[in-house]
Design a protein around this ligand. Structure first.
Ligand SMILES: Nc1ncnc2c1ncn2[C@@H]1O[C@H](COP(=O)(O)OP(=O)(O)O)[C@@H](O)[C@H]1O
Ligand SMILES: [Mg+2]
Length: 282
């Protein structure tokens, strides 16, 4: 379960620097576990401070004769000289596939767009943490671990497309709280309640909810927050029911079996428009 990649910054080919956007190349250990190839929004930790990063994992993004995998990070904001220093990279959001560009100018243009998308996410989730899991078991193990830190009144909103892994994540939370029986998806029941764990668990799935009124009728607001832990899948159906104090969990498939899981306390009021804007960043 990859969380942060750490290593010293080494000199790359200097092409980016020559074109006006120096990138930090991470020196990788032989056995380093890397995220799948792609371009990511990352948090760059350097000497106790954090910076916004756009990280390319893959072949160098300009045509050249070297074909080894590199982890190259563009830091759009001021950060001083990085060479020789140790940085930590936390992967937060997959932005796009890696691509080759005909010119440095074309690459620069794309990276500027990537940085804008990363900034929109950073504005929404300033205290985000990111985790990469390589199987459903790892996702369940991660959420089971997180469940240990949950308290009465915790509300977790699970976001991601169909098949992203929201229900797998929920299963892990249930296990972590001490639920031993099966944890089926509540897509038909809307709410499943578990009383056998350390705290009561309220597991919602609003996929089939057509009108938020249906949720008021079953008393859903009593669980938002409730006297235990509340999980909500498909909160998009009734965004206004969500309490402001909640944790947002964005689960994003990167490959068939890899998920990037962004966890962030919510800092904006329910039903904000920015969320809609960043749901489909292009
Ligand atoms: N790393 C992973 N984490 C979670 N699920 C994964 C992972 N890799 C593959 N999967 C598969 O993805 C599917 C996720 O399904 P589910 O949790 O029901 O999605 P959702 O509730 O978001 O619609 C499962 O079939 C699961 O086995
Ligand atoms: Mg589900």
């Amino acid at each position: 379960m990859l969380h942060t990649l750490t290593g010293p910054v080494v000199h790359g080919q200097g092409k980016g620097a020559a074109a006006g956007f120096p990138t930090a190349n991470l020196r990788l250990l032989e056995n380093a576990v890397l995220p799948p190839k792609g371009v990511y929004w990352t948090r760059v930790s350097l000497e106790g401070r954090s910076h916004l990063g756009v990280t390319n994992v893959g072949l160098r993004p300009t045509a050249d004769d070297r074909d080894e995998i590199t982890v190259e990070t563009f830091l759009p904001d001021d950060h001083g000289d990085l060479y020789g220093k140790t940085i930590g990279l936390t992967f937060l959001r997959y932005l796009r596939e890696t691509a080759f560009f005909p010119s440095m100018a074309a690459l620069k243009e794309q990276i500027d767009r990537d940085a804008e998308t990363a900034r929109a996410w950073a504005a929404r989730c300033p205290e985000a943490d990111g985790f990469l899991t390589f199987s459903a078991e790892e996702t369940r193990a991660l959420s089971a671990q997180m469940a240990k830190g949950l308290t009465a009144g915790s509300v977790l909103v699970l976001r991601g497309d169909m098949g992203a892994g929201k229900s797998e994540f929920s299963r892990g939370v249930a296990r972590g709280l001490g639920v031993t029986g099966p944890v089926p998806s509540p897509s038909f029941t809307i709410l499943n309640v578990y009383d056998e764990g350390r705290l009561p668990l309220y597991h919602f799935d609003w996929y089939r909810v057509e009108d938020p009124e249906e949720l008021y009728e079953i008393g859903a607001q009593e669980y938002l927050p409730g006297s235990g832990v509340t999980l909500v899948e498909w909160a998009e159906r009734a965004e206004d029911l969500l309490p402001e104090k909640r944790t947002e969990v964005f689960i994003q498939p990167v490959t068939e079996s890899t998920r990037l899981i962004l966890v962030s306390p919510c800092r904006l009021s329910a039903g904000n428009l920015l969320l809609v804007d960043i749901k489909n960043p292009d």
